[in-house]
Design a protein around this ligand. Structure first.
Ligand SMILES: [Zn+2]
Length: 143
């Protein structure tokens, strides 16, 4: 196992060279604590446990994934973390897209109060000011 110094050197290299991979490594690692700290998987302070994954061929072209308990939990946690990251990113991507779509195509911004009104509106739904029907004009001033 690497010394503390080697580990730190590697960590800063990893962080600088592969920032995204490092981010995911951290995400996965931060979820491991919750999983491994239970009485079933007793590890003493400073003790290492190997994560081993093997494939075993069975009769009739069947394959069995053979892993120890640390490996099984690691694999499950790995994919759970990826899925959670994916879901939370998708939510923000989708809500940003919906917001952009609404602002660019479906809305007219009031020149008086900046309220967004549905396209086709003649008067602001908030303050009653008459609206220009040219929905692209209000975007140019922002860019
Ligand atoms: Zn208004």
């Amino acid at each position: 196992m690497p010394s503390e110094y080697t580990r730190r050197q590697f960590t800063s290299w990893f962080k600088e060279t592969y920032p995204q991979e490092y981010y995911f490594f951290n995400k996965i690692e931060s979820n491991l604590g919750k999983l491994y700290s239970n009485d079933y998987l007793v590890l003493n302070d400073g003790e290492f446990a190997e994560i081993s994954i093997q494939i075993r061929k069975l009769e009739g072209d069947k394959y069995h994934l053979a892993t120890n308990q640390y490996g099984a939990i690691f694999l499950g946690s790995l994919f759970k973390t990826i899925l959670e990251e994916f879901n939370s990113n998708m939510e923000s991507i989708v809500s940003k897209k919906i917001k952009d779509e609404f602002e660019s195509k479906l809305a007219i911004k009031c020149s008086n109060c900046e309220n967004l009104n549905l396209s086709g509106s003649r008067y602001c739904n908030n303050c009653g000011t008459g609206l220009d029907d040219v929905s692209t004009n209000h975007r140019k001033s922002e860019r």
